[in-house]
Design a protein around this ligand. Structure first.
Ligand SMILES: NC(=O)c1ccc[n+]([C@@H]2O[C@H](COP(=O)([O-])OP(=O)(O)OC[C@H]3O[C@@H](n4cnc5c(N)ncnc54)[C@H](OP(=O)(O)O)[C@@H]3O)[C@@H](O)[C@H]2O)c1
Length: 311
């Protein structure tokens, strides 16, 4: 494993972080037992992964807590989250404080390294920043949170409207941003500024469905061609990224390597419930960047696209 400094937090994080959400939720969404999912967490630690992301909403905090029993707390960076909205209504600071306590209990710890406002929509940002950031700062002063984070809803906010605004506020130490080969718009809209400000970044959606399921990639590419965002003459509609297989064993491998090589992305999150995928993804992240002509071809094809997430 290789390690990176997570912006101004100074935390030394593994370049691959284990994601406890997404379509796998450590296998909880695909039929795994709690023991199977805990085994994924423990295997990740053995492979040198020290960054684990979860959220109240994922239902994986307790099994991560179980997997971390007996592990030295200082050896793991724990990231969890709480949505600023419940049933369409903004939550109160009091609700946030109670939610953190519940997360800490499930995780079996008395602090989290990063506590994020989860999936903040642009229209909710101003109120969340005004009402909830002071509460987060008090929790940090009380030692329950080390750093403040915020994550976007990349599935719908594919152009980063929320983070492009949040990045100018001084309170955020860490941001979780959607970025992958099919939508690189964070490069200009978010990562240019996070690098200037020393905000640590976590990459989500590196693979998701479109880069792990060929049928989904065909669907996304067909949609982009229909919108006029891709020139069909320049692309193999059945296998749009097949050219990467001359340098990578699989598209997920190419996808993680592409993100790892992106300046300004610190930790690349990988969500999996499959032990074999975990091994492959850890191996992928420490492979060299894709050869520059291939990386450039991905940028030439998809670099101007901001309308898809790969969801
Ligand atoms: N708004 C937010 O705050 C937000 C939103 C989304 C995600 N996140 C965080 O970001 C993390 C990463 O997102 P993600 O889980 O969508 O991650 P991802 O790593 O981009 O994609 C994971 C998907 O790819 C599959 N996969 C992984 N490795 C594979 C491989 N080697 N070969 C084939 N398929 C593979 C997984 O299925 P298998 O289980 O079969 O491997 C899963 O369906 C989440 O877990 C969560 O912690 C946060």
């Amino acid at each position: 494993m290789e390690y990176v400094t997570l912006g101004r937090t100074g935390l030394r994080a593994s370049v691959l972080g284990l994601g406890g959400g997404g379509h796998s939720r450590l296998g909880q969404k695909t039929g795994a037992s709690a023991d199977d999912s805990s085994a994924i967490v423990r295997r990740a630690l053995e492979l040198g992964v020290n960054f684990i992301d979860t959220a109240e909403a994922y239902g994986t905090e307790a099994l991560i807590g179980a997997a971390l029993q007996g592990v030295n707390r200082q050896d793991v960076i724990l990231s969890t989250k709480k949505s600023p909205v419940a049933d369409g209504q903004p939550i109160s600071a009091q609700t946030l404080v109670a939610a953190l306590d519940a997360s800490l209990a499930r995780l079996g710890t008395d602090y989290v390294d990063i506590y994020h406002l989860h999936g903040v929509r642009a229209e909710h940002y101003a109120r969340a920043a005004e009402e909830l950031v002071p509460a987060l700062e008090r929790l940090r002063d009380a030692g329950k949170i080390r750093f403040l984070g915020i994550t976007e809803v990349f599935g719908s906010d594919t152009g980063h409207a929320m983070l492009a605004r949040a990045v100018h506020d001084p309170c955020w130490d860490v941001m979780m941003v959607g970025f992958n080969m099919l939508n690189q718009s964070a490069r200009e809209r978010v990562l240019a500024e996070t690098q200037r400000r020393g905000i640590g970044t976590l990459c989500m959606f590196a693979v998701r469905d479109a880069l792990s399921r060929p049928a989904k990639l065909r669907e996304v590419v067909a949609g982009l061609v229909a919108q006029g965002a891709l020139d069909p003459a320049k692309i193999d509609l059945d296998n749009a990224l097949g050219f990467l297989l001359e340098a990578a064993d699989s598209l997920p491998e190419a996808a993680y390597r592409f993100c790892r090589a992106e300046p300004g992305l610190d930790v690349i999150l990988s969500g999996t419930g499959n032990p074999q995928h975990l091994e492959e993804n850890v191996a992928a992240i420490v492979r060299p960047p894709l050869p520059e002509p291939l990386r450039q071809r991905v940028i030439d094809l998809f670099g101007a696209i901001d309308s898809v997430s790969g969801q």
